[in-house]
Design a protein around this ligand. Structure first.
Ligand SMILES: NC(=O)c1ccc[n+]([C@@H]2O[C@H](COP(=O)([O-])OP(=O)(O)OC[C@H]3O[C@@H](n4cnc5c(N)ncnc54)[C@H](O)[C@@H]3O)[C@@H](O)[C@H]2O)c1
Length: 207
């Protein structure tokens, strides 16, 4: 795929860290970009700085994601590129004993589920919408579009406390080939990256 001003892209989590760097790289190549992010303040600022449009969006919600795609397409046309960077996690031991009090606590199920909903279901929710939109386009140079998901090295090498995060990212890795097979006949490519640690606002908060 030629990365130039003929393309429109959606970057989820595009207001910060990896997503923002992706937005900057795409904009430098002339691509029209829509930033999907929960955080309106930094999202608007990132859009202004990069010449993108901001679509406030919670990847946990069908309605919110649908509204964001509608806004993005009204401004930039149907996207041929989706980069899924929206994500996050928590660090809670599976079960732990307080050294001072001896109290034993467990990883709360709702906090585990939230990470799966954010990183796995949130990513899948955006892919389904983008794929359906890309399928309305004619192929260019043999392809209609490309989807890139962000997994993590934690998919197979999670640190202590990262049970939910590791599970959610292993699920991203696991679903990628299946989704790629689902969409191959429509000439839509699907890949995931599995980065190790890099310095972002999220990482700074965690350390
Ligand atoms: N930083 C690292 O070391 C590292 C390593 C491996 C993988 N990752 C992954 O890379 C991706 C980006 O991480 P980052 O470090 O740049 O984090 P970051 O916090 O800087 O950026 C994440 C962005 O996602 C947005 N977001 C969070 N919840 C959202 C929601 N419900 N709906 C829409 N947007 C939402 C946040 O507002 C934020 O702007 C994540 O998927 C993360 O798991 C990061």
């Amino acid at each position: 795929m030629k990365i130039d001003s003929s393309l429109s892209a959606v970057v989820t989590g595009g207001a910060s860290g990896l997503g923002l760097a992706t937005v900057q790289a795409l904009r430098a190549a002339g691509v029209k970009v829509a930033i999907f992010d929960l955080n309106e303040e930094i999202g608007e600022a990132a859009a202004k700085e990069t010449g993108s449009i901001f679509c406030q969006c919670d990847v946990l919600s069908d309605e919110s994601v649908d509204a964001a795609f509608a806004k993005a397409r009204a401004a930039n046309g149907q996207e041929r590129v989706l980069v899924c960077c929206a994500g996050g996690g928590n660090a809670i031991p599976t079960a732990r004993r307080d050294k001072k009090t001896g109290e034993i606590t467990i990883f709360p199920s709702d906090k585990f589920e939230w990470v799966l909903r954010l990183n796995t279901v949130g990513t899948f929710r955006c892919i389904t919408r983008a794929a359906a939109g890309m399928m309305t386009l004619d192929p260019v140079d043999g392809e209609r579009g490309v989807v890139i998901n962000t997994a993590s090295a934690a998919a197979t090498e999670g640190q202590m406390g990262q049970a939910a995060y590791s599970a959610s990212k292993a699920a991203v890795v696991g679903m990628t080939l299946t989704i790629a097979r689902d969409l191959a006949r429509e000439s839509i490519r699907v890949n995931s990256i599995q980065p190790g640690i890099f310095n972002t606002p999220a990482m700074a908060r965690a350390t």
